[in-house]
Design a protein around this ligand. Sequence first.
Ligand code: DCP
Ligand code: MG
Length: 382
Amino acid sequence: SRTTESNKTTEDTKFVCQRATPLKHHNSKFTDALEILERHAVQITRIEEAAKLSSVGSHSKKVIQDILENGSSTEVQGIISSDFFKSMEIFSSIYGCGPATARKWYEKGYRSMADVIQAVSDGMKLTEQQAMGLKCYSDLVQPVPREEAINIKDIVVKELNTVQPNCTVELVGGYRRGKPSGHDVDILITHQDDDIVEGLLAKLVARLEKLGHMLHKDLMVGRNPHFENKNSYLKGVKGIADGNKRQGGHMDSLDHCFCMFQVGTTSESERLETTQASPESDKTGSCTDTCPGGSGGSAVRRVDLIVTPPKQFTFALLGWTGSKQFNRSLRDYAWKILKIKLSNHGMWDHNHVPPRQIEASSEQEIFDELKLEYREPQDRNA
Ligand code: DCP
Ligand code: MG
């Protein structure tokens, strides 16, 4: 189907998903400022009060007006230069530290990374994720170049093939939208057989662990409410990290593994040598024993592995390609204009009681159903 006439009225620009949004655009002055505002809103608002953010619309308008008239927003400049914002930015750049923990540290009086490291050596408890995040900090803040992301994907493809042939693997996230680098590597996996999909991620992770690629993992499986396969495998479910990416709840309930991945694996003997050679290897912030990236090896990278049942693949592909802002707009548009609920699991037409599920086997079909002009991934950089 084609774009409807109603999309071409002045209401046109209301939803960002109705326009092409390439990587390079001319509004970054505004979007950067609004992003700061949004991050700050998350930081100042306790998680449970997130519902009170409804006045953001008119607030944003004021900021845009300010930038238009004065070249910058006094309010946003004030936020950026505030102690609170600076500390929150530093703390939440640690893997496993979300706004709740960052705020807690700020309230304890910590302001810098050094303060946190001091607190840790004075006995402050960290979660396993935060301890790893701090340990591999210098690696994890480095952007991952596209070539390395592709290399990691190739390793995953190769090892996946040894545990299960004929899977489909896609490099998603920013790379699929054409970004030259990213903060992590998002990899989406499926297989045409539901029975094989079940348990697939656990097998892949075990294989990667055996080869020494996995320095840390958060595995969540068996929580997909739209996947009721006959063999239930709800085992080994673990709590999820209070991470930057997942702030404000989970994006979906697909099987996933957030991990710290290392390309160049160290053999058992080399690993022993490293440990013996560096008695201070436990020192926070240095990447020596468990993060050999700091000792000359390849850098430790954040990798997200996501496994989807075949029927949900297209929806997960669209969702995990992003951008986050594009998704938000698309879902908002689908619901407000068409009464269609869109998620990474599928879409449901709520003009029917009970809601009718709409299937799709390509992204093009989803856009068609939503009566939107198709956008290639590189035009979804809202
Ligand atoms: N996503 C989302 N909502 C979130 C987090 C993520 O819709 N709260 C989707 C859109 C993202 C994709 O998942 O594009 C991958 O998440 P990332 O945080 O890895 O985002 P990117 O890959 O786009 O950015 P980067 O290049 O920094 O990794
Ligand atoms: Mg990413």
